[in-house]
Design a protein around this ligand. Structure first.
Ligand SMILES: [Zn+2]
Length: 403
């Protein structure tokens, strides 16, 4: 019988083994020269996976390394991310370094948070801000004409690489990248969330891209004079103001804070990290103003939630006189954080910054539970039960599930 020619994507044990061998070799290397040897070979194998396979082999190799070689695991993640977000491009006999970058925006609103196509005038203004505040003169860059919600970022390595390739083609052609809204997922609605501007930068090989790469010391003071080299901190400061201005019309009815643009994965992790205290401040502001309760009348309950390992903390807000959970937020572990990280102290410090001092810490081992009807996470009350958050309807004493 003739076999079907429909390509089937299956895990290839040989490819997985080879990826693991190269990553472990890199982790065990004792010199820069040997590093380069392993990095080059690993880079080639990862690129093959990104072009021809799905994520299965990469994920299988990651799993194996996670269990057997933590240092190799770290090197492998770094190598995959580099293969996706960094590349080279040849244009008119000149070789360029290209980078996919993300510029995150933390935001909250009791109404709705925007996502979707960016109007042309705003896009032009953003281009101007990028060119002035972030990039050196020899850098060419391209932006995607879309404000991405986390649900709309590509899922997995291969799809992220596909988007990076489109952005690189756009920067090579001197154009912005047009995104088709119909091909992007729906955006979930949250009180506090992150938005991303995505783009690509190209510079002649080996040349710097960002203003901060030209600084020789971090103590350099520019006094905000345009054209004078600045430290990363100073650049972030002017970027927050200028990019914030450019985005204001897009974020009507929202509070927002722009973060420093950086390589896609690094910016993404930074946003995930900073979104946690940001959303806690937003939640406390929201509860205070909507329920007309002073922060001294709010209590917080913190509890750890596990799958196989510790995955996240869930923080519930209750009012002094009742035990029902008014609102809850998830404080997920990011990057290399695990049960040994001092996450609880960070959560407690943030709550105290928000003015909440009545804090209960539960050390039960909760499992990740969600509402069967609407899928929202369930939150701990001070008795150690996991319940649905119930928010009072406007000015009423009736408690409702926010379905
Ligand atoms: Zn529900």
């Amino acid at each position: 019988m003739k076999r079907s020619h429909v390509p089937r994507r299956t895990r290839s044990p040989r490819a997985v083994q080879e990826l693991v061998r190269l990553a472990a070799g890199l982790a065990a290397s004792g010199s820069r020269t040997e590093d380069t040897f392993w990095e080059n070979r690993l880079g080639v194998k990862i690129n093959t996976q990104l072009h021809t396979g799905d994520d299965q082999n990469l994920e299988a190799a990651l799993e194996l390394l996670y269990d057997t070689d933590p240092a190799g695991y770290g090197e492998f993640i770094y190598a995959i991310e580099a293969a996706i977000e960094c590349g080279t491009l040849t244009h008119e006999d000149c070789i360029y370094d290209v980078l996919m970058f993300a510029a995150p925006v933390l935001t909250w609103s009791r109404f709705s948070i925007p996502s979707g196509p960016i109007p042309e005038a705003t896009l032009n203004n953003l281009r101007k801000q990028f060119q002035t505040h972030m990039l050196l003169e020899n850098a060419q860059f391209s932006l995607a004409d879309y404000l991405f919600s986390p649900d709309q970022l590509p899922r997995g390595y291969r799809l992220t690489h596909e988007l990076a390739s489109k952005l690189w083609a756009a920067v090579g052609g001197g154009q912005d990248l047009h995104m088709n809204p119909r091909q992007l997922a729906e955006t979930g609605r949250f009180l506090s969330d992150t938005r991303y501007l995505l783009g690509a930068i190209a510079v002649p090989q080996g040349k710097p891209m960002f203003h901060w790469q030209e600084v020789s010391g971090t103590n350099h003071v520019s006094n905000g004079v345009p054209g004078v080299k600045s430290s990363k901190q100073e650049i972030l400061h002017s970027w927050k103001t200028q990019c914030g201005e450019a985005l204001r019309s897009l974020f009507q009815g929202c509070a927002f804070e722009v973060l420093l643009p950086d390589g896609f994965f690094s910016a993404w992790r930074m946003a995930d990290r900073l979104a946690r205290p940001y959303s806690m401040h937003a939640t406390v502001d929201f509860l205070q103003s909507t329920l007309n309760i002073p922060t001294s009348g709010l209590c917080a309950v913190i509890a750890p939630f596990h799958d196989q390992f510790l995955e996240e903390y869930r923080v519930s807000f209750t009012s002094m006189d009742r035990n029902n959970v008014l609102y809850g937020i998830v404080w997920a572990l990011v990057g290399e954080e695990d049960e040994n990280s001092d996450t609880v102290t960070q959560i407690e410090t943030t709550l105290q910054e928000c003015g909440i001092t009545n804090i209960t810490l539960l050390d039960n081992r909760f499992s990740l539970e969600y509402c069967e009807e609407c899928g929202v996470p369930l939150f701990p009350n001070s008795e150690g039960e996991v319940v649905h958050a119930e928010f009072p309807e406007e000015g009423e004493k009736i408690l409702v599930h926010l379905h």
